[in-house]
Design a protein around this ligand. Sequence first.
Ligand code: ATP
Ligand code: MG
Length: 441
Amino acid sequence: MTPSAQKETNSNTRTHFTSQLQELPIGSEVKVAGWIEDFRDIGKLGFILLRDVTGLVQTVLVGENLQKAKSIPRQSNILITGVVQGTKSKNFPIEIKVTEIFVFSHASLSLPVDPTGRVESNLDTRLDSRALDLRNPKISNIFILRSNILRIIRDFFSENKFIEVNTPKIIGSASEGGSNLFSFNYFKRKGFLAQSPQLYKEQLVLSLDRVFEIAPYFRAENSHTLRHLNEFLSVDLEAAYLDYYDIMNLMEELIKKILVYMRDSNYFDNENPLFKENSLNDLISIPFPKISYDKCLDELTSVGEKVTFGDDLSDSSLRKLGEKFDKFYFIVDWPLNLKPFYIHEKESNPALSKSFDLQFGHLELVSGGTRQHDVSKLKSRLAEQGLSAENFKDHLRVFEWGMPPHSGSGLGFDRLMMVLLGLNNIREAVLYPRDTSRISP
Ligand code: ATP
Ligand code: MG
């Protein structure tokens, strides 16, 4: 009989993350792995501050281990074997008395950014060396929070009977008729990167009822702002039998759930000015205001903005509105002419649509609405917008198979992270941002 394959074992296997050490009894033998954040040599004693993604531990060296530590550059990746002991340090609850140091790999002596944050670098330099930048806990915390919030979102949708789906990002024709598509050669024809999953998610409610997708949008927009990227993450949902008010309620409930999580895990201890000056509890307990597009026009006219019915709200208008409404609020009932062909008109006033944007101050976070599910009306809306029904035939035929009424929305996840963390540049919230001048690393 041939023996089955086995993992090779050696003594260089980590036993604990640094965050787990203080729960251990004094005298426990441990192996911790990470990088050298700092090294101090005070004669007969030396200290390595060893960091891993969960935290920092002080380790104490003497004799041969101290000699060895002197030759290992900071930021090198090492394994320390030692014993947990009490400490006189004010900064640490315990320390490790080192019995052995093993070097996994040396860091080169001059690094492109200083992950301790003592020497500051500008954002571009940090993004060029993002993997190293992430050793700074201030930075890695952004992405740990991102990951935790994505989990909250998935749980929330699953509690509400949504099914997570994955629709293609390589598509054969323009999904919403927009012009902002990246195109490329796809064997003998043209392919495009999806600018949203809009049409697929609507098709899926035919059978799956409630779906959501967390996936990138690709937009070939030549914008240079602190809130636009060419690839960004969206949380999309589509639900049969719900209308746009139900979707707004879901979005509000979801955002409040995230805020409660952040409050309870003390994420607001740090420097988010938006939440500091206002009570987070108010944000959580008071309903987000719903302001009609018409009311927005009145507000804007009263502060001297020139804007008439049917105009989109410009950046300057949104900033003015954001001064008055500086937290979360919905703008509802936009003119139908501003909305894509799949948005439903309001029965009581067909010049308006059953649509909403969720804003935080001037920043748009979500767009959503009730969808048109009457195929003949969809065809006339396409024609009104100068789009050919022929190009949408794969989509339109689904509406002849018994389509339920439905509504949905798309939430810009990176923008939400900006708001939650008080970041003023969307690039801070994205690991490897893609903008008009950045396509690597
Ligand atoms: P904007 O007017 O801010 O450019 P939009 O109305 O074109 O946004 P939607 O098509 O409604 O965007 O996309 C849904 C959500 O995705 C937006 O509400 C926003 O939060 C986010 N979003 C849109 N474009 C971008 C972008 N280029 N980069 C990052 N997030 C974006
Ligand atoms: Mg929008």
